[in-house]
Write a protein that binds this ligand. Sequence first.
Ligand code: TYD
Ligand code: MG
Length: 453
Amino acid sequence: MAKAKTFYQCQACGYVSPKWLGKCPDCGEWNTLAEEKKETRQGRKSSGRSEPQPLNTIVSGKEKRTTTGIKEFDRVLGGGVVAGSVILVGGDPGIGKSTVLIQALSGLSKKYESVLYVSGEESPEQIKLRAERLSVDSGKIMLLAETSLENILDTASELKPGAIVIDSIQTMYTEEILSAPGSVSQVRECAARLMFFAKKSAIPVFLVGHVTKEGAIAGPRVLEHIVDTVLYFEGDRGHSYRILRTVKNRFGSTNEIGVFEMTDSGLSEIENPSELFLSERPLNVSGSTVVASMEGTRPLMVEIQALASPTTFGMPRRTSIGVDFNRVNLLTAVLEKKAGLHLSGMDIFINVVGGLKIIEPAIDLGIIMTIASSLRDIPIDPKIFMFGEVGLSGEIRAVAYAEQRIKEAAKIGFKKALMSRTNSERLTAVEPFGLEIMGAGNVEEALEAVLGI
Ligand code: TYD
Ligand code: MG
């Protein structure tokens, strides 16, 4: 006996209420509760019981990985696609999710009899047009325009493709749930069934997930818990490059990034992103410096710009793009108190060039130095780069991966490195890659060494 049960679920946080409410009592969002129906089966299905077994008797096979041939894509996956894994690719509409996945499928199709691209958004003709533009070899890529999960799973079981792309998970529905496609329960159920299918058949499944206005995939982060790997596509409309970032990965490290450029013929890989981010750097102007930041295991050289100008209103403004606003406030306070620079009458703007977002504290030193450089109108030597965390008493702290950062900088022609004293002392033991290493214990020493103030 099956009985249909109606309830209301918040599409933002997943809160369930028996009655409709205007405001979600859990997350406080307005107008997010939507009607959902669920078939409840009466009586419990008994499933086979599994026995506990000692850990050391379990034989682990090394996970089987297949490379897509797109190096940047393989990198974010941790070295290739793991058999039977479910990978969620999220991002704003039009950012290039469909494009990157069709390119990855084309790479995978070289290793399998067939691969399956299921689209619930575009017609096969539209996909064909895109594939032509990307000049992908389309003989082995099977297209399926379908939104019913049951039909997709039937087709996939017959076809046994090497990989499946579901574009997008929000357009899919299963007949077992009566709610509309895209609702929390549909998305969750479809993803869970695809996950089950992937594990059983060892076929990797890529899910395209749209990001809501608030930046979450499908409202609540339901999907992120289910899948093995979550990749986010970032980048802004004003720039042609795109960053694919690993947010979660059961088979590799998180925080890896892959850098691509959107061209007329699809996404092309950028092997040396540091060069790209520094390509338009103005030399010998004040308020600009280069920091060596780590994105996962990868060093990235980025330019940080600051502008300090006298404030026209009573309240000085602090604006930051690409770095945490509170961090900038904290660092300006350190500059004011510990280095004696007068910033209270200044508007301060900080920008990480190229639209990148950096959360690492190793860029603190760079932020401090650019603000000081702009304030005093003294350019920072363009051959210097820096990294280091700044503490509240003005001390410069050591950061990890100093060698990798220096190596990357040396590769693209930097000559001097400014870092914490601890980092510089540890480095004297190893080869400093032909760079002049400058160590500073606190902000004052760093200002003296670089700007002479
Ligand atoms: P798409 O992959 O359809 O985005 P999503 O699936 O994330 O919604 O990419 C669409 C955008 O990419 C569109 O604005 C056009 C642009 N584009 C190119 O610039 N070059 C290309 O070769 C392709 C296929 C798309
Ligand atoms: Mg798309």
